[in-house]
Design a protein around this ligand. Structure first.
Ligand code: ZN
Length: 539
C-alpha cells in the first residue's frame, strides 16, 4: 500500500475534486483526501512526500499509431540545417550498427541545406545529395533515407546494389531514378522509384517491433501518457500481445481492427471490450475519405483554387452501414476516419441507420466514433450529439492545419476542428495526436485545445476561431475521461477516485496546468508516472 501526501491533487471526480493525499493498494486507488485524515488511517502504508507536486489522472492518446511511431524512433533524424550535420548523425549511428544492417532515416530536405556544391564537383545533380556522400561514411551498410516530403529518397551504393538498381534500370511508372549528365545513378529516387529499394528492406519481425514499442512506451510515460488507442495493424497487435504476455506492457492499450478484417472478426465472434484492462479490443476502423493537404478529403463544395475537385469519397453511407451492421452482430463498435464535410455527412447517415438497427434488434448502443471530424456542414453540427457519437479529435491538427484550412476551405473553416461546438452539443471528446503524424506529446495538444495558437504565437494572441477554445478542465477530460468512455472503462479510468485504476502523473509544484500561463504547457513534462499502482517513470 502506498500513501502519497503533501500533493496538490486534481481528481476530476466531481464528488471530491481536490485533495492533498491519495492511498493506493496494488493497482487501485482506495482513498483520496487530506493528509491529516489519511495518515493516521493507514499507518502501515509506504509513505511518499510529494513536495507539493501536482497529481493528475494519467493522459490517454485516443489516436496513435504505435508500431509506426515506435519504428520511427529507430530511424536517424535527418531533419537538420545542413547536410554535414545529417551525415554526422548518420556516422554516429553507423558506428554502433552491425555490418550489413540497414540504416534508415527520415526528414532531410535539400532545399534548406547550405548552398549547392559548385558545378563540376562530385557526381550528383546540382543541389541534391548523392550516394557517394553516404558511401564515405557507410561502406558496409545499406543506407536509405526518406525526405521530409516523402516524395524523394536518398540511398547509398550498398542499398542501390541490393535493390538491383544500375544505370541500365528503366524508370518505373510515375517515378524517376535520378541520373547525372553521364547517365550514372546518383542515389536519389523520386516518387515510385523509392519502392525499388523499399521492397528489399527487411520487414522488422514481431520481436523487433515489440522491442521498439517497449522503448517508445518509456518515452510516452515521460510525456504523461498512461494509455493509447492504437490504429496500426496485425503486427502491432501481435507485438502488443507479446509484450503483454511477457509482462512488459505497462500502458493501457485499446486496439482497433481494420475494416478489411471485419469478416474474420465476425467469423470469430470478436467483440469490443475483449481482453483486459491492459490490452483490449476497441472498434472496427474504416476510412471514409483522404486528407486536407492533398485535397482528398471529401467535400460538398470544391476546394478553393481547385474548382473541379471535391475530394475522394471511399464509400457511401449505405456501404458503411453494411459494415456497421456486420460489426454490430458480434458486438463490435465502429470508428470511421472522416475529414471532409461530405465524408462526415455520409458517416452520420450510416450511424443514423446503425442506431435504428441496434434499436430494432434490442442491441446495446455501442460507443461508435468518428476519427478527426475535421469539418462539418452546418446542417450536420448537431448530429453527433443526437446520435451519441464520440468525436475523436486531435487538437494539434487545428494549429498545424489552420492556414491550409483557411486557404482551401475558406469560410467553411468556421466549423472546422470545432470541439467546443461539439462539446456544447453533448458530444464526448476523445483527444489524441495521430502520432507519428504529429508529436505524441499531449501537452502540445492541451496547449492547442485551450489557445488555438501555435507555439510561435501565430495566428494571433486570441487564436484561430477563438470561440472554439476549451478550458483546461475540458481539455484534460478530452485526454482522460473521453478516451476512457470510448474504451468503456469510464467506471475505472480517467479520474482519481476510490476503486479507479491508479494511473496518474506528477508535475512539479510550479507546473499546475490549471493555474499556469497557457504557454507554460509547451515545456511541461511528467516528473513521475504511475500505472496500475507502479511507478514506471520517476525523474
Ligand atoms: Zn491515424
Amino acid at each position: 500500500m502506498k500513501l502519497l501526501y503533501n500533493a496538490h491533487i486534481h481528481t476530476q471526480d466531481p464528488a471530491y475534486p481536490a485533495g492533498s493525499a491519495i492511498v493506493i493498494d496494488r493497482e487501485r486507488i482506495i482513498a483520496v483526501g487530506e493528509a491529516n485524515n489519511l495518515l493516521p488511517q493507514y499507518p502501515n502504508a509506504e509513505k511518499q512526500n510529494m513536495d507539493g507536486g501536482v497529481i493528475l489522472p494519467g493522459l490517454t492518446d485516443a489516436h496513435l499509431h504505435l508500431r509506426n511511431y515506435a519504428l520511427g524512433l529507430q530511424k536517424v533524424d535527418c531533419e537538420t540545417d545542413t547536410k554535414e550535420e545529417c551525415l554526422r548523425r548518420l556516422e554516429e549511428w553507423i558506428k554502433k550498427a552491425k555490418p550489413g544492417e540497414w540504416i534508415l532515416g527520415h526528414g532531410w530536405n535539400q532545399n534548406v541545406w547550405d548552398s549547392p556544391r559548385p558545378l563540376g564537383e562530385g557526381s550528383g545533380v546540382r543541389g541534391w545529395p548523392t550516394a557517394s556522400d553516404l558511401d564515405a561514411i557507410a561502406p558496409n551498410n545499406p543506407v536509405y533515407l526518406t525526405a521530409k516530403s516523402l516524395h524523394a529518397s536518398w540511398a547509398n551504393t550498398a542499398a542501390l546494389k541490393l535493390a538491383g538498381i544500375t544505370s541500365q534500370t528503366p524508370n518505373p511508372q510515375n517515378g524517376q531514378i535520378q541520373r547525372d549528365e553521364e547517365g550514372n545513378v546518383t542515389g536519389i529516387l523520386l516518387e515510385t522509384a523509392a519502392y525499388l529499394v523499399e521492397s528489399v528492406i527487411p520487414e522488422p519481425d514481431i520481436d523487433e517491433i515489440a522491442d521498439a514499442m517497449e522503448k517508445a512506451q518509456s518515452i510516452l510515460w515521460k510525456l504523461g501518457l498512461t494509455g493509447i488507442h492504437d490504429f496500426d495493424r496485425r503486427d502491432s497487435f501481435m507485438a502488443l500481445q507479446r509484450l503483454h504476455a511477457q509482462g512488459r506492457l505497462k500502458l493501457r492499450v485499446l486496439k482497433n481492427i481494420p475494416v478489411d478484417l471485419l469478416d474474420q472478426a465476425h467469423e470469430l465472434g470478436l467483440s469490443s471490450g475483449f481482453g483486459d484492462d491492459w490490452l483490449r479490443i476497441g472498434s472496427v476502423k474504416a476510412f471514409m475519405d483522404g486528407a486536407l493537404g492533398p485535397h482528398t478529403a471529401a467535400m460538398f463544395q470544391p476546394y478553393i483554387g481547385d474548382e473541379n475537385n471535391r475530394g475522394i469519397l471511399n464509400m457511401d453511407g449505405e456501404e458503411l452501414f453494411e459494415h456497421g451492421r456486420k460489426a454490430a452482430q458480434v458486438g463490435l463498435a465502429m470508428t470511421v476516419h472522416a475529414i471532409g464535410d461530405r465524408a462526415n455527412h455520409e458517416v452520420l447517415n450510416a450511424y443514423e441507420q446503425l442506431r435504428a438497427y441496434e434499436n430494432e434488434n434490442h442491441m446495446p448502443a455501442r460507443r461508435h466514433r468518428i476519427e478527426h471530424v475535421q469539418v462539418l456542414h452546418p446542417d450536420d453540427v448537431h448530429r453527433l450529439g443526437k446520435l451519441n457519437i464520440i468525436a475523436s479529435m486531435q487538437p494539434i491538427h487545428a494549429t498545424s492545419d489552420m492556414f491550409m484550412a483557411d486557404a482551401f476551405w475558406g469560410e467553411r473553416a468556421r466549423l472546422a476542428y470545432a470541439w467546443r461546438t461539439q462539446l456544447e452539443n453533448g458530444v464526448v471528446l476523445a483527444f489524441g495526436s495521430d502520432a507519428p503524424v504529429e508529436s505524441p506529446n499531449p501537452f502540445l495538444g492541451l496547449h492547442a485545445a485551450v489557445t488555438r495558437r501555435r507555439a510561435d504565437g501565430s495566428p494571433s494572441a486570441d487564436g484561430w476561431y477563438p470561440a472554439q477554445k476549451l478550458t483546461m478542465a475540458e481539455a484534460w477530460e478530452g485526454f482522460t475521461l473521453g478516451p476512457a468512455y470510448a474504451a468503456n472503462m469510464e467506471n475505472r479510468l480517467g479520474r482519481l477516485a476510490p476503486n479507479y485504476l491508479a494511473d496518474l502523473i506528477v508535475l512539479d509544484a510550479s507546473q499546475d496546468p490549471f493555474t499556469c500561463n497557457a504557454d507554460d504547457l509547451l515545456a511541461m513534462r511528467s516528473s513521475a508516472t504511475m500505472i496500475g499502482g507502479e511507478w514506471v517513470w520517476q525523474a
